[in-house]
Ligand binder design. Structure first.
Ligand code: UD1
Ligand code: CA
Length: 461
């Protein structure tokens, strides 16, 4: 908790229709950088030390709480969307009177914990604070009306404002902190006597001022923190803001980005020292990059750990996998879930691995599918090698022991085990276990038919 002697409850408004998204999906369920809008807001709020996070949902019915059932929040339904004041009022019966209430919007996803902590601190115990910002174009926002002394007097909604009010460029972001005890009382007293016929949360400001309460204002760390998502254009803009923010963070941590505008981090990325990331890279979920890792262009990595000094070459896709140190993967490699590469493994172009464990120094350099397979150390798998792991009903394992050499165009019909040091002749279909140290091949003997002639088309007569 930011402030001694103060208890915090958080209310996130997420019941609005989101009509302009023109989507069947409730707005707060739309994804931004791989997480829903609402999850971003909860992530910013969850470490503020609040006793609870209440999410007011409505439009889209139970879909929001159902989809996000694992969030650490309580769900409050707002049956009819009668305005922001009405929405907050739905949550207040669940908030103890002595708490400070922090109101957030489920469709303002880039708000940061640092800004919220400053806002809550500015409210203090029993006080009130608004998050405001000056916008070059304040159209659509509620305006902050200040007195001659500079103190906040009230908020006027754009639709209710006169020209002088509309000229104000300091806007209400909607995010505020206020004492629950008073907020309950003020919300009870709201009416719908305004241009939109709604219960305006913003009307409580004038009520607080009338009771002599000082209303402090706080500015966000960056304007993108308070920008909402109302349509797909703004959704893309927030995605870009998020991308820039993540890119700046990584560069501050010493990661070299060849073009920060062309990196997408959709999840959490941990990077070591002297990591270099080329353009068009997408990193999803939990990704860990060791020291001196280099990621080539147009690569997608999802939920993976990549060891130090490994190079991932262009157009590679890696998912749910662990790549050891000093490996070289790609270009055009596909590493599917359950794969683990030890140190110094090379995977080349058009190589697909699934649920494969490959020990140190082994090489699979060209055009191969290796699935449900254990590969030992220093194994060399030739071009065009296929593990036939699926018989139409079940998956079977292939085991290739240390120091095996597999000739090109070999099929392993699993289950099958290749003994250590064995050599498989090119073009073999291996259906039975292979002894260690020997040459094994299965190949139709080569024939030559001397004097054979190709058929010739007879001339039409
Ligand atoms: C509100 C503010 C305005 C501010 C702007 C910032 C009021 C009256 N006005 O206006 O001063 O500049 O936000 O974006 O508060 N919601 C509900 N239930 C409702 C109504 C809204 O949950 O009944 C939620 C919406 O889902 C949204 C948020 O509250 O997340 C704001 O609602 P919205 O209709 O966008 O408010 P604005 O009219 O933009
Ligand atoms: Ca809005």
């Amino acid at each position: 908790m930011g402030h001694p002697g103060m208890a915090l409850s958080i209310v996130i408004l997420a019941a609005g229709q989101g009509t302009r998204m023109r989507s069947d999906l409730p707005k707060v369920l739309h994804p931004l950088a791989g997480r829903t809008l609402l999850e971003h807001v909860v992530a910013a709020a969850r470490n503020l030390g609040g006793r609870a996070i209440h999410v007011v949902y409505g439009h889209g019915g139970r879909l929001v709480p159902e989809r996000l059932a694992s969030l650490p929040v309580t769900w409050v339904e707002q049956g009819e969307q009668l305005g922001t004041g009405h929405a907050v009022a739905q949550a207040l019966p669940h908030v103890p009177d002595e708490d400070t209430v922090l109101v957030l919007y489920g469709d303002v996803p880039l708000i940061t914990e640092a800004t919220l902590a400053r806002l809550v601190a500015a409210a203090g115990a029993g006080g009130m604070a608004l998050l405001t910002v000056e916008l070059p174009d304040p159209t659509g926002y509620g305006r902050i009306v200040r007195g001659p002394d500079g103190a906040v007097r009230r908020i006027v909604e754009e639709k209710d404002a006169d020209p002088a009010g509309r000229a104000v460029r300091e806007v209400n972001t909607g995010i505020l902190a206020a004492p629950a005890r008073h907020l309950t009382r003020w919300l009870d007293a709201l009416d719908r006597d305004n241009a939109q016929g709604e219960f305006y949360l913003t009307d409580v400001i004038a009520m607080a001022v009338a009771e002599g309460m000082a209303v402090r204002t706080v500015e966000p760390g960056g304007v993108e923190e308070v920008l909402g998502v109302n349509d797909c254009i703004q959704l893309a803009e927030r995605e870009r803001d998020y991308r820039r923010r993540e890119a700046r963070r990584l560069m501050r941590e010493g990661v070299t980005l060849l073009d920060p505008e062309r990196l997408d981090v959709r999840g959490s990325l941990q990077a070591g020292r002297d990591v270099v990331i080329d353009v068009g890279v997408i990193l999803e979920g939990e990704v860990e990059l060791g020291d001196r890792v280099r990621i080539g262009p147009y690569t997608v990595i999802r939920n993976a750990r990549i060891g130090a000094d490994t190079e991932i070459l262009s157009h590679t896709r890696i998912e749910d996998a662990v790549i050891g140190e000093g490996c070289r993967v790609g270009p055009f490699a596909r590493v599917r879930p359950g794969t683990e590469l030890a140190a110094g493994v090379h995977l080349g172009n058009f190589v697909e691995l699934k649920n494969a464990r490959v020990a140190g120094g082994s090489k699979i350099n060209h055009l191969s599918y290796v699935g449900d397979t254990t590969v030992g150390s220093r194994v060399n798998i030739g071009a065009g090698t296929i593990t036939c792991n699926y018989d139409g009903a079940d998956k079977h394992r292939t085991v290739i022991e240390d120091d095996v050499f597999v000739g090109s165009d070999t099929q392993f019909v699993a289950p099958v085990r290749i003994g250590a040091g064995a050599t498989i002749g090119a073009g073999s279909t291996i259906t039975r276990d292979v002894p260690a140290g020997e040459l094994t091949l299965s190949r139709a003997p080569q024939q030559t038919r001397p004097g054979w002639k190709r058929p010739v088309k007879k001339p039409k007569g």
